[in-house]
Ligand binder design. Structure first.
Ligand code: SF4
Ligand code: MG
Length: 320
């Protein structure tokens, strides 16, 4: 077998990688078991379509998740996957990418997973700016554990842990991201607008660095009302538009509220992220000049003999 061929453990036969093309069915894993009407279904479909459009080889693609409804994602895809522990998806994904820069790395987190239990890792993954697409599916609740208030639950919303309504204002993940050191790509989209979701995923995938996408996600079981008005009334949505932003021209007729925003302008991005009577979707920030830890610390590949010599030297340091 030449180096242009690959024996794919999931697809079976050895195929020439320049001949093989992948269809949707090549990426489909187990049948999704989210509730009927759950927004996670649309995100899965959009991600599968991205994989097809970009022809990402399943055996070179990894989905890492934490814990939550959305974290079932790796089971539903026929790529490699790592269904980790609560809040720890980002350090796992960072490790994967640092040791295997040839892999396509995606992370899927829930709102509690990312902004509560995983908040420390979120901060540092942003600062490290290692190339990956990090999706935060925000339904404003802990769904898998059956209805507990998360940091993004709207103030006043009742849940098992806040039976009379949450008393604190909700955390805004976009504002938080725009305040983090070395943030390089920050976008917001909604799963019920497939064209915008697809365009956002495409832009995130093309970005060289840590691409953070907050996906507003409906949970008809525990937070059926939080996005309902925006779903029914497109005038409650405002799209950020720019030549270098998220491009979905087919939305022009339905989504008429638009605001021009150059995603290189961090100050303006922070202003646009402030609370507003409309939900703003689009690319808030894109800065390809930010340093990436994986590029700065890339170690040239070593031969087996060089690796053994390095191991021997390390063992000698500790041997008595
Ligand atoms: Fe989706 Fe909510 Fe059901 Fe979880 S509980 S699968 S988020 S609808
Ligand atoms: Mg949630």
């Amino acid at each position: 077998m030449t180096c242009a061929e690959v024996a794919c453990p999931m697809l079976g036969a050895a195929v020439a990688d320049d001949e093989r093309s992948y269809a949707l069915s090549d990426y489909e894993g187990a049948q999704a078991r989210w509730c009927p009407g759950c927004g996670d279904h649309s995100v899965l479909t959009a991600v599968e379509r991205l994989l097809v459009a970009e022809q990402l080889r399943p055996e070179q693609t990894v989905f890492v998740s934490g814990i939550g409804c959305s974290s079932r994602f790796p089971h539903y895809l026929r790529t490699y996957g790592f269904h980790g522990i609560h809040g720890r998806a980002l350090p796992v994904a960072t490790g994967v990418k640092l040791h295997r820069p040839d892999l396509n790395v995606f992370v899927v987190m829930g709102d509690g997973d990312c902004t509560s239990i995983g908040a420390g890792h979120w901060l540092h993954a942003t600062r490290y700016n290692v190339k990956m697409v990090a999706l935060m599916l925000d339904n404003g609740i802990y769904g898998l554990t059956k209805n507990q208030t998360s940091p993004t639950t709207p103030q006043g919303h009742t849940s098992n842990t806040s039976p009379t309504g949450g008393v604190l204002p909700a955390l805004d993940p976009i504002s938080a991201m725009l305040g983090m050191t070395n943030a390089s790509f920050v976008a917001q989209t909604a799963e019920w607008i497939p064209a915008h979701l697809a365009a956002t995923l495409r832009a995130a995938w093309k970005h060289d660095g840590f691409a953070f996408v907050r996906v507003l996600q409906r949970c008809p079981v525990f937070t059926p009302d939080i996005y309902q008005i925006a779903v029914q009334k497109p005038d409650r949505i405002e799209l950020l538009v720019h030549d270098d932003g998220v491009d979905a021209p087919e939305l022009a007729k339905t989504y008429r509220n638009r605001v021009a925003h150059d995603p290189r302008d961090l100050t303006r991005a922070r202003q646009l992220a402030e609370p507003h009577d409309r939900i703003r979707l689009g690319l808030f920030l894109k800065d390809a000049s930010r340093p990436c830890y994986d590029a700065l610390r890339r170690v040239p590949p070593r031969t087996a003999a060089e690796r053994m010599a390095a191991l021997d030297r390390e063992l000698d340091r500790h041997a008595v």
